[in-house]
Design a protein around this ligand. Structure first.
Ligand SMILES: [Ca+2]
Length: 189
């Protein structure tokens, strides 16, 4: 029985190991104190700030009073793998003119719910290529505050293992379970 449990544990650990892999978002918490890893365009202001980080010492802070500005980053992905995107954001002043949106590659653009405190946005996507681009679009009305973003992360949810690896893992698990069953039978006899 102990071997059976050990076998199940091994299978669980192996599955868990391949199921959660952090993707290569650079400086997602903006803790370098600058926008290393990120690209910006069209912003009146886009930089890091120490005023209200969600965690650590820095967050992203940006405003743009003439249309949408962009904060983006491209990172490596495995084609067909599923990823989870997480980030925290808020607006310093609640105003209909303060808008934050995000987009994965050319997927539909999604508008983030406006909150006067840090709120978590979680989404998932399937990578279509070896590189995926995450883009934030932010806009503000004059005198209506700024947008803050922090703790941007992308985590791989499903692995795309080689078929032979799957067979190997399953065979290993079944062998251990089989060993446990035989051992139990022998003890009972
Ligand atoms: Ca931070």
């Amino acid at each position: 029985m102990r071997a059976l449990k050990l076998g199940l544990l091994c299978v669980t650990v192996l599955v868990a190991t391949v199921a959660q892999v952090q993707a290569g978002i650079i400086n997602g918490g903006f803790e370098t104190g600058d926008l290393t890893g990120w690209s910006t365009s069209g912003a009146d202001f886009a930089d890091t700030s120490t005023v209200t980080p969600h965690t650590g010492n820095f967050s992203f802070r940006g405003y743009d009073n003439s249309g949408f500005a962009t904060l983006s980053q491209s990172f490596s992905t495995l084609p067909a793998a599923v990823y989870q995107l997480d980030f925290w954001s808020f607006t310093s002043v609640s105003d209909p003119g303060n808008i934050l949106r995000y987009q994965i590659d050319a997927d539909p653009i999604i508008t983030v719910l406006q909150t006067p405190f840090y709120a978590l946005t979680t989404d998932s996507f399937t990578a279509s290529g070896a590189t995926t681009t995450l883009s934030f679009y932010f806009e503000t009305d004059p005198g209506t505050g700024t947008r803050f973003i922090d703790d941007v992360s992308v985590t791989q949810l499903s692995a795309v293992p080689e078929p032979s690896t799957v067979v190997l893992l399953l065979t290993g698990g079944v062998s251990l379970i089989g060993y446990g069953w035989r051992r139990k039978k022998k003890l009972a006899a």
